[in-house]
Design a protein around this ligand. Structure first.
Ligand code: BG6
Ligand code: MG
Length: 220
């Protein structure tokens, strides 16, 4: 069946799909882990992709010998990590949009496919503004709208609801394994951006959005 009769919406993840902010998240968490004397490398960082700020902090603390920490102290650490992260992304601009993104957005518009953002980040709107992309989205669902984090499908379900489409008519584009699990759990089609061996639950795998145009959806 022609994909154009099947697909009505594309839901983009933000970090790692539209913009390579994952490296700045890593640097900010790494510096916090160093301060706390907790060993933390890019390998462990893979687990943080797609999950919320507090879940990320709890994961890092679990890697260290931290017996107990009050909610207040955790909050302070999360705030300090975020301030550092925001410093690192101050200069983010249109040139930081990952290859292929603008072409996919344009193709969606040309084919009357609705566009949503489905991100765990509470900084999503600020980042989309820096990239001058905020007006391109019909619906934006981010970490300020959700109560459950990926692999729960809530973020994508809210996006589909906002767009007025069914999960089975929508494609989620994700760089995180947990994000792809969320898509699967919600009954969405998915494209995994990155290493196909890690992202082996995606319906379609691409190294980058620039590796294909929307006709790749014919594979669904
Ligand atoms: C996700 C990232 O998009 O957003 C995670 O993949 C990050 O690494 C999460 O922890 C929350 O982001 P923020 O910007 O609210 O700290
Ligand atoms: Mg991501």
């Amino acid at each position: 069946m022609d994909w154009k009769n099947k697909i009505k919406a594309v839901i983009f993840d933000l970090d790692g799909v539209i913009v390579d902010t994952a490296k700045y998240h890593y640097l900010a968490w790494k510096s916090l882990a160093d301060q706390l004397g907790i060993p933390f490398s890019e390998r462990e960082n893979e687990n943080l992709k797609g999950i919320s700020r507090m879940d990320s902090l709890n994961f890092i603390l679990s890697l260290g010998d931290v017996q107990y920490m009050s909610q207040d102290d955790k909050m302070k650490l999360a705030i300090s990590k975020n301030l550092h992260y925001l410093e690192l992304i101050t200069d983010l601009n249109r040139e930081d949009i990952l290859p292929g993104t603008l072409e996919w957005i344009q193709e969606c518009k040309d084919n009357n496919i609705k566009i949503a953002l489905g991100s765990a980040s509470k900084n999503a709107r600020r980042i989309l503004e820096s990239l001058d992309l905020i007006d391109q989205f019909d619906v934006i669902i981010d970490g300020t709208n959700t109560t459950k984090t990926k692999p729960d499908p809530q973020v994508f379900e809210l996006a589909a609801k906002g767009l007025g489409v069914k999960a089975s008519e929508s494609v989620v584009i994700e760089d995180a394994y947990k994000g792809l699990e969320a898509a699967k759990n919600g009954g969405f089609y998915s494209i995994g951006i990155g290493d196909p061996e890690i992202l082996n639950i995606a319906d379609i795998n691409l190294r980058s959005l620039s590796d294909a145009d929307m006709n790749i959806l014919e594979k669904l």
